[in-house]
Ligand binder design. Structure first.
Ligand SMILES: Nc1ncnc2c1ncn2[C@@H]1O[C@H](COP(=O)(O)OP(=O)(O)O)[C@@H](O)[C@H]1O
Ligand SMILES: [Mg+2]
Length: 368
């Protein structure tokens, strides 16, 4: 087991693409850290540099206390699970899992013990003498994990290992991998573009965009205190609503004016916002912080807005309701199923002002 530390790590590919810019973070010993971001942001490149499959252009990489910039992959004591599983089609499941151990010339009884233990852990014991083509996607995925587990590495690296599975299997396998981490107590770095996977699996999450790390924090802190508009919009499903407003002063109070509605801001924000008076600001509010006025106790004219219902999605435990105004094409709210909203209705909704975020439109940074 070991920590992994990146100090200003950069990757410039021979064609000039600067795929990772000054990546700096530490994964603690035994920690489960998820790297998340849209396709092409540099996640795989980061992971491949940690694995040693890709040279580092500049910076330092440590596994444990050892700088490994120039250590070949096989001597880094890591195991990587890829998106495409990369199983050997002509070998049985047993031989696929045992392959790396045989190369290392471990005694046969040790190999057998480790393969059986991993198979048991991953619930593939019955499949040990099948060939990969006889397995489902989820089973192949577990064989690929088994092959990594038997190596007993210091660090596991996963690159989008669930993206070839269907939705239901993804949810199950997600939970299995979390359990595996609890059981093995080994450092894990997991790459995904799926923010739900990141939120549910990561003890901490590294959010990347365009080769740059945006924010590193626990799932809850990323959700509640995003550092900029990108992180705010990326984490959470449905996404945070962004509404263009103007900051105005009226009757001694500060208001966010959307054009069709106005929201009064608490007085204690005035100092922070003074410089923005008269300017446009993006307001962010999560679907969970918008309420049907008829079911909400603390409505007041200052936090109530009139919206037109465009779409209602009844999901059983909740209703997702999509609204629009003349200026804002889509606002989504997560309402209680007993709410009786109907399509085309003009309805009064309450926005919980204590939960809103404001973003500077020039820098896209969070003001609060
Ligand atoms: N071998 C390569 N040569 C040149 N550019 C590459 C290579 N591999 C990846 N890239 C580029 O580097 C950027 C990051 O890629 P990647 O790390 O695969 O992103 P992600 O895994 O987040 O989707 C992309 O712009 C991609 O096109
Ligand atoms: Mg990738």
């Amino acid at each position: 087991m070991a920590k992994v530390m990146l100090k200003n790590v950069n990757k410039v590919y021979p064609n000039g693409t600067h795929a990772v810019v000054d990546a700096a973070f530490e994964v603690k010993d035994k920690e489960f850290v998820v790297l998340v971001g849209p396709s092409g942001c540099g996640k795989t490149t980061t992971l491949r540099m940690i694995a040693g499959l890709e040279d580092i252009s500049s910076g330092e990489l440590y596994i444990g206390d050892r700088m490994v910039n120039d250590i070949p992959p096989k001597d880094r004591d890591i195991a990587m699970v890829f998106q495409n599983y990369a199983l050997y089609p002509h070998m049985t499941v047993y031989d696929n899992i045992a392959f790396g151990l045989k190369l290392r010339k471990l005694p046969l009884n040790v190999i057998k013990e480790r393969v059986e233990e991993a198979a048991n852990m991953l619930d593939i014991t019955k499949l040990l003498y099948n060939k990969p083509k006889e397995l489902s996607g989820g089973q192949k995925q577990r064989v690929a994990v088994g092959r990594a587990v038997v190596r007993k590495p210091q660090v596991f690296l996963f690159d989008e290992p669930l993206s070839n599975l269907d939705a239901k299997l993804r949810v199950q396998t997600r939970a299995q991998l979390s359990k595996l981490h609890t059981r093995l107590q080994t450092t894990m770095i997991y790459v995904t573009h799926d923010q739900v996977e990141a939120m549910t699996m990561g003890e901490r999450i590294v959010v990347m965009k365009d080769a740059l790390i945006q924010q590193i924090d626990t799932p809850l802190n990323l959700y509640q205190k995003p550092i900029n508009k990108f992180v705010a919009g990326f984490m959470g499903s449905p996404s945070m609503n962004f509404i263009e407003t103007q900051l105005k002063e009226e009757g001694g109070a500060y208001w966010l004016d959307e054009g069709q509605f106005k929201l009064k801001l608490p007085d204690d924000l005035k100092d922070m916002l003074k410089g923005y008076l008269g300017k446009s600001l993006t307001m962010g509010i999560r679907p969970d912080d918008i309420y049907d006025k008829l079911l909400y106790k603390e409505s007041a004219p200052e936090n109530t807005v009139k919206l037109t219902v465009e779409v209602v999605e009844p999901l059983g435990s909740e209703l997702l309701v999509y609204f629009s105004t003349a200026k804002t094409p889509s606002i989504v709210a997560r309402l209680e199923p007993r709410s009786e909203v109907r399509v085309n209705q003009d309805i009064e909704m309450v926005l919980d002002i204590s939960k809103i975020h404001l973003f500077d439109n020039e820098t896209e940074k969070t003001i609060f």
